[in-house]
Structure formats: structure tokens, C-alpha cells
Design a protein. Structure first.
Length: 407
């Protein structure tokens, strides 16, 4: 062993200790130095030194509660990050300017201008312009795609998903957008990023095994285990919307029959109301009617909750999660849906397999995917944020109609 090897080993251990402290503050929020020492199993002297280094680097700040007790809290470095969400009906995005404590949201909904990388590039450039920064000065960009992403090449992996986003087929998304924008670009499935945000700042915080499912136009989910997104070998882990509940049920767009998406998505709920006296045009209308006493809409929502609960029960028996969070438009129905979910979980005897599992509504609403993209870029930069400040949650999305969406 060379003379420098022990020094390299010591530096490696020191770096791991620093990362352990940052990870704890990122996932558990502000902590006292005594709590950090206890939870990381490092000595108080080592924690004091690490905290001082991180404070000098601008990574943490000390918030005094009283004259004797202080909390260590992560603060983001000055910089600007863009998070984008790409779907079949819209491309939306937000820019987070930490130096100015400012968030700006924009959205492209014109069907003729949605699809492929060009509108994303246009949106990022316009967001940067409105924030007063050059695109090349952005700290990073995250792009969420409503499709599973191949871990090998960064493109859409499933042919059935590419059919819904045809202009993204065979596109190496991170590489192409990174070259067009000249900044680092991270790409992931939208539900994965929603799960990451809910685990970092929402319903799944401090959970060692966290399941997240979002039910709106479609159904997607994400799984966070020991602080890391579990994407599977190819990127298609936890595609809960395509868990088969009835092999003789309706045909799903993925080609299977009886998937969860055929019984608990917006389209399936609206189809269930066809021919009734309570036909509606959107899931939001169904929920509003049920909440004002419409028994037909209430029944359909309860049944959708039961079907979702069956799928979650199967997942819970395999994974034994500590927390399951449900988000998306369907979750806004509250007890009308959660009652059905809880009934199915009890009918399937989940407590016998995962006795401590908690079912919760997601906390970040429609903002989860964009905030998950923010969390991804900050993680790539070695940054973190213990708590979300109010300016970061102040989303006032403006339509982006007048711009040329080509590059």
C-alpha cells in the first residue's frame, strides 16, 4: 500500500460522513447537532466540524430557537433551475430562481404546438428570459415524461407509451435536449418524480419504503426505498397502472386486459357514467357532483377506490411499505375514494403482511412532478432543501400561446 492510500481512505470516509449529514437534513428536515450525531452515529466533535464546513460553503445555515438550542438547515446555493412536465395534452414548466426567491410557471396547451423536443426548448428559453438569466447559466433542467424511460438510452422504452407521444419515439431525450440547451438535462418518468417530491417534502417524508400513486387522466406510480427511487432494471418498475385486475376486463392501451387504468382512470370513470343520468365531461366534474350529493357519481368513485385499493393491496403484500400516498385528481375526492381504498386493503388482509402501513393523501397536489424535477437537479448538484419556502409553492401558471415553438 502506498503512503497516500491511508490519506485517500480518510478523505473518502470524511466525504461519506458529509454526505450522510446532507442526506439526513434533506430527508428529515432541520435537526439539532445532537440529533444529527445520534442519527448518523458520528461523534459530536465530528458533526460540529462537518456543520462548520458546510456553513462556510453556504450549504447549511444555523437557526437559533432560543439561547441554547439551534437547528441546522439545508439552504440551496444561489442558482436557477427549470423543471418541465411533458404530457400528451400539455407541456408545462417552472423556473426556480433561488437568488431572487422567485418562481415563474408557463404552459403550452395548443395541440398544434405540443410534441417532440422543440416546445420544451422553447419553454425553457422563455422561462429563462422571464427570469432574467441566460439559458447557459441555468444550474440544470429536469424533464418529466408521461411514459417509462429506458435507463440505458434515456428514451421512451415502451412502444405503447410512444404511441401516445409519437414525436418522442426513439429520441435520446437527455442528450438531445442537453445539446440544444447547452446545460445538464435530467429525464425521468413523471410519476417517479412525483414520488420523489412526496418522499422529500410531502406525505412520504422519513419513510424507508414509500409507495406513491397518482390517478388522473392516467395512472402512474413511484417507489422510493431507503431514500432512492427504484426504477427497476430497465426503468419500468412500479407501472401500477398496468397491474392486471381482471384478465377478461376491458382492453388497455398497453395491450393487456383489465389493467388498473381501465377501471380507475378518468376515462374509465367517465365511461362508467355513460347511459346514466349523471354523465360528465371530466373527472373533476364527477367529484364535484359526488361531493354535492350525487349518488351515481359517488358510487362510481367508491368503486374506483376499491379497484385502486386492490392493486395497492397486492403491492403492499410484496413490498411491505411504511407509507402509501395517493395523489392526482382522484385523490381530491377525499373519503369518497379513500373509503373504497381502505375497504379493499382490509378485505385483502394487508395488515397481516404489513401491519404498520399508513395510507395517506399526497400533500403536494399537481405540483409534485415539477417539484420532483427540482429535487432531482438539486440532488445531482449535491444540494438540498430541508423545507419548501412559500415562494416555491406559489404557482400561477400562464399560457404560452404567442411564441413560435420551433428551434
Amino acid at each position: 500500500m502506498s503512503a497516500s492510500s491511508p490519506r485517500r481512505a480518510t478523505r473518502a470516509r470524511r466525504n461519506l460522513n458529509v454526505e450522510s449529514v446532507i442526506d439526513l437534513l434533506r430527508t428529515s428536515g432541520p435537526q439539532s447537532q445532537a440529533a444529527i450525531a445520534r442519527r448518523t452515529e458520528l461523534s459530536p466533535a465530528a458533526i460540529n466540524k462537518i456543520v462548520q464546513v458546510l456553513k462556510d460553503e453556504g450549504v447549511v445555515e444555523i437557526q437559533w430557537i432560543n439561547g441554547r438550542e439551534a437547528l441546522v438547515e439545508l439552504v440551496p446555493k444561489r442558482g436557477t433551475i427549470v423543471s418541465v412536465n411533458v404530457g400528451p395534452q400539455a407541456v408545462s414548466g417552472a423556473i426556480f430562481a433561488f437568488g431572487a426567491n422567485r418562481r415563474i410557471d408557463l404552459e403550452i396547451t395548443d395541440p398544434a404546438r405540443i410534441g417532440g423536443p422543440d416546445p420544451v426548448v422553447t419553454l425553457v428559453r422563455e422561462l429563462a428570459a422571464r427570469a432574467g438569466v441566460a439559458v447557459g447559466d441555468l444550474a440544470g433542467v429536469s424533464v418529466a415524461i408521461q411514459a417509462p424511460i429506458d435507463r440505458a438510452n434515456g428514451g421512451i422504452i415502451a412502444p405503447w407509451a410512444a404511441l401516445r407521444l409519437p414525436r418522442w419515439k426513439d429520441v435520446p431525450i437527455a442528450t438531445m435536449l442537453g445539446e440544444a440547451l447547452g446545460v445538464p438535462v435530467a429525464v425521468d418518468n413523471d410519476a417517479n418524480l412525483g414520488a420523489l417530491a412526496e418522499w422529500t417534502w410531502g406525505a412520504g417524508r422519513r419513510s424507508d419504503c414509500f409507495l406513491y400513486v397518482a390517478c388522473s387522466v392516467g395512472i402512474g406510480g413511484g417507489l422510493v426505498v431507503d431514500g432512492k427511487l427504484h426504477r427497476g432494471a430497465n426503468g419500468m418498475a412500479f407501472e401500477i397502472g398496468h397491474v392486471v385486475l381482471d384478465s377478461t376486463g376491458p382492453v388497455c392501451f398497453c395491450g393487456s386486459r383489465g389493467c388498473l387504468s381501465t377501471v380507475a382512470s378518468e376515462r374509465s370513470i367517465l365511461l362508467a357514467l355513460q347511459g346514466s343520468e349523471s354523465q360528465k365531461d371530466s373527472l373533476a366534474e364527477v367529484i364535484a357532483a359526488a361531493q354535492t350529493g350525487d349518488p351515481i357519481c359517488a358510487r362510481v368513485l367508491y368503486e374506483a377506490g376499491r379497484q385502486l385499493g386492490r392493486a395497492l393491496a397486492n403491492m403492499a403484500k410484496i413490498l411491505a411499505p411504511s407509507v402509501i400516498a395517493v395523489g392526482g385528481t382522484l385523490a381530491t375526492a377525499g373519503e369518497l375514494v379513500f373509503g373504497g381504498i381502505q375497504t379493499a386493503i382490509e378485505e385483502n388482509n394487508v395488515p397481516a403482511f404489513s401491519s404498520s402501513v399508513q395510507l395517506r393523501p399526497a400533500q403536494l397536489g399537481g405540483d409534485a412532478t415539477l417539484l420532483g424535477g427540482l429535487a432531482t437537479v438539486m440532488g445531482d448538484l449535491g444540494q438540498g432543501l430541508s423545507e419548501l419556502p412559500s415562494w416555491m409553492l406559489d404557482a400561477r401558471r400562464e399560457p404560452l400561446q404567442a411564441l413560435d415553438a420551433t428551434v
